[in-house]
Design a protein around this ligand. Structure first.
Ligand code: GDP
Length: 297
C-alpha cells in the first residue's frame, strides 16, 4: 500500500516550527516527501524535479493559519499545482462535432487499447450525442484487428466500413470518407495500424492517411501503466504525425497515474479520456482533480 502524502507530511511537520509562514527549510523538507510520492506514482524524474522547484517557489512564505497545519498547506499547494499542470487551459470537448462528417484518427502502439478505445468513443458519441458513427480499420497487416473492430461495431450497434482485401490504408481512408459523405455519417473513426514498436513505415503510413483524411482530432492511445514509455511514445507520435490529444488506458489498474503528469508536462498535449476497463462503457472524460488526488495517494 502507498502511504498518502498527507500522512507522510504530517510526520515531517511535527518536527518543524509552526510559525505563521512556511520557511524555506520547512518547504524543502516537506518537498522531499512530495518528490518520493511523485516518483512512486511513476512521474518521471525530470518532471518531478521541475514540478518540485515550482512548488517550492510558491510555498515558501505561504501563510499558515490556525485552521490549517503546515503539512496541509503544502499538500494544498502541491494539489493546486498538479491540477494546474494536468488541466491545461480548459481544452475544448474532443468529441464536439460541429462540421460533419468529422474524422477522428486513432493512433498508438499495438496492445495499447486503441481498437477498444475507438469502439468505446463511438458508443459514447452514438448514445450520449446521438451521432451517426462509422468505424474503419486501417490495419491492413492484421486481418484479425480489422475483424475485431467490426465485431465491436456490431456489439455496440455502430456501422463499420466493409473490409475489402488488398486495399492500402490510404485507400481505406478515402473510401471511408466517401462512405461518410454518401451515408450521412457525422463521425468517422479511422483506427490506424498498431505496431509493437514505433517504426518509420508506420509513421509514413499514418502521415499519408492524415493528409488524405484531414482529421478533426488525432488521438493517441497509450497504456497508462507504462509510465515513461508512454511519454516517449507520445513525443515520437507528436513529432511525426502531430497529435491533438491523448487517451490513457488501463487507469483502472494499480498504477497511480503519474504518467498523466509526465505526459502533460513533456508533450503539452491534453489528456482527453481515460480508459477504466475492458467493457465498452469503461471510458471517462479526463478530470484533473481526480487524477491529482490519485497521484498524491
Ligand atoms: P490495440 O492493439 O491497441 O488495438 O489494443 P486492444 O484494443 O485490442 O486492447 C488490448 C487489450 O487491452 C484488450 O484485452 C482490451 O480489452 C484491453 N483494454 C483496453 N483498454 C483497457 C482499459 O482501459 N482497461 C483495461 N483493464 N483493459 C483495457
Amino acid at each position: 500500500m502507498f502511504e498518502s502524502l498527507s500522512e507522510r507530511l504530517g510526520g515531517v511537520f511535527d518536527r518543524l516550527t509552526k510559525a505563521g509562514a512556511l520557511s524555506e527549510a520547512d518547504v524543502i523538507t516537506a518537498l522531499r516527501e512530495v518528490r518520493v510520492a511523485l516518483l512512486e506514482a511513476d512521474v518521471s524524474l525530470p518532471v518531478a524535479r521541475d514540478f518540485i522547484k515550482r512548488v517550492q517557489d510558491k510555498a515558501t512564505g505561504a501563510a499558515v493559519t490556525k485552521s490549517i497545519t503546515p503539512g496541509q498547506m503544502v499538500v494544498k499547494i502541491v494539489h493546486d499545482e498538479l491540477i494546474r499542470v494536468l488541466a491545461g487551459d480548459g481544452e475544448p470537448d474532443a468529441l464536439k462535432i460541429d462540421n460533419p462528417p468529422a474524422t477522428i484518427l486513432m493512433v498508438g502502439l499495438q496492445g495499447s487499447g486503441k481498437t477498444t478505445t475507438t469502439a468505446k468513443l463511438a458508443k459514447r458519441l452514438k448514445e450520449r450525442n446521438g451521432k451517426r458513427v462509422l468505424l474503419a480499420s486501417l490495419d491492413t497487416n492484421r486481418p484479425a484487428a480489422m475483424e475485431q473492430l467490426a465485431i465491436l461495431g456490431t456489439q455496440i450497434g455502430v456501422d463499420s466500413l466493409p473490409i475489402v482485401k488488398g486495399e492500402t490504408a490510404v485507400q481505406i481512408a478515402k473510401r471511408a470518407k466517401t462512405q461518410a459523405n454518401l451515408g450521412g455519417y457525422d463521425v468517422v473513426f479511422l483506427d490506424t495500424a498498431g505496431r509493437l514498436h514505433i517504426d518509420e513505415v508506420l509513421m509514413d503510413e499514418i502521415q499519408a492517411v492524415r493528409d488524405i483524411a484531414q482529421p478533426r482530432e488525432t488521438l493517441l492511445v497509450v497504456d497508462g501503466l507504462t509510465g515513461q514509455d508512454a511519454v516517449n511514445v507520445a513525443t515520437e507520435f507528436d513529432g511525426k504525425v502531430g497529435i491533438s490529444g491523448v487517451v490513457l488506458t488501463r487507469m483502472d489498474g494499480d498504477g497511480r497515474g503519474g504518467a498523466a503528469l509526465s505526459m502533460r508536462a513533456v508533450t503539452g498535449k491534453p489528456i482527453r479520456f481515460v480508459g477504466m476497463g475492458e467493457k465498452m462503457d469503461a471510458i471517462e472524460t479526463f478530470e484533473a482533480d481526480r487524477v491529482a488526488g490519485r497521484i498524491l495517494g
